[in-house]
Design a protein around this ligand. Sequence first.
Ligand SMILES: Cc1ncc(COP(=O)(O)O)c(CNc2co[nH]c2=O)c1O
Length: 411
Amino acid sequence: HRARSAAEIRADFPILARQVHGKPLVYLDSTASSQKPQSVIETMNTYYQSYNANVHRGVYEISEEATAAVERARVKIARFIHARHSKQVIFTRNTTESINLVAYSWGNANIHSGDLIVLTEMEHHSNLVPWQLLAQRTGARLEFVPVTEDGLLRQDIYDELLTYHPRLIAFTHMSNVLGTINPVQEMIARAHAVGATVLVDGAQSVPHLPVDVQALDADFYCFSGHKMLGPTGIGVLYGKRELLEAMPPFMGGGDMIRTVKLQASTWNDLPWKFEAGTPAIAEAIGLGAAVDYLNDLGMEWVIEHEHEITAYALERLQEIPGLTIYGPRALEQRGGVISFTLGDIHPHDLASILDQEVGVAIRAGHHCAQPLMERYDVAATARASFYVYTTTEDVDALVQGLQKAQQIFSF
Ligand SMILES: Cc1ncc(COP(=O)(O)O)c(CNc2co[nH]c2=O)c1O
């Protein structure tokens, strides 16, 4: 991996050169969606400019080039998460669709009335609502692992819930609100010891941490391209081969079939059984370029950089009187996501002032984690999040903006 300065990296992201309200853009919302390096943008443009064609069935050069490019991207992604085989990498639109695919295809066939599904209090709605719908369809029941005051899962209650032999357990690898990194490997081992199947929501971990799905022994692992320097419209479901082979298709259509008769059809092999219709070709190829970019930096560098920025941010934010931070204090238990409130200033007002006064873009709201907001008895939080292009100067601009907001509201 090449050691590169923040300035060098930032030069790769055209959008970071722009201004907002006459001030340099300070983008601190990578948890919602990351910015894109020029190499990803160019890779997608090159597809459209040079070999735009539909995939799999065209018997002409540019269609074969497009097909090969999509399958090369799949192999890159499989290697990036250390999947045993690229057939275990299913392209979806995003994390949400990946989780819904499992809830419908695996869930409908394996969850029955009275079965227990265990989730946690810190889940994003994408890893909560699909299981609510499944429970409503099947008569299964949901139980939840609570979150402590400092943003950690109650492992004692997790162990207690395991004694009820849940059929399915689903939890996030890293919280998009608290930044909490859960001890996924050991939680999966304990779940497997009682015969549970485990889905991990990796939307916030794959972009920011080294992930090895075989070492974790995850049954299903889900993530989105747009959070990891890639385009929107492409996500991944990783699954253990025996599970994916046994699952019925999620959507019916072209490509996912082998033979079609009027009354019935047979299915294509993995991964195409789960990829009905024309895929997001440019987006899959773009995600492959994003993986190249992250591999060039190295994920160990990525998480170390984010820990440096997070440590600096935690230190600077604690200088601000009246500011409350949510989530673990210990760096090794968190990633580069900091949710906070500032006195009784509504987070939406904070975000507006930061945008207008210092060009800082943060997220404000419930972050699609309304149960977690309820657990902390807040309507909303402000949230700053960091990535490969974030610098300590970005954090300084955030602190300056928060101090400005305090002046404005201290009238
Ligand atoms: C932990 C987690 N799971 C699932 C999702 C859904 O990902 P999608 O299917 O690509 O939308 C998100 C997106 N989180 C956020 C999206 O915008 N602000 C966020 O915090 C997430 O952070």
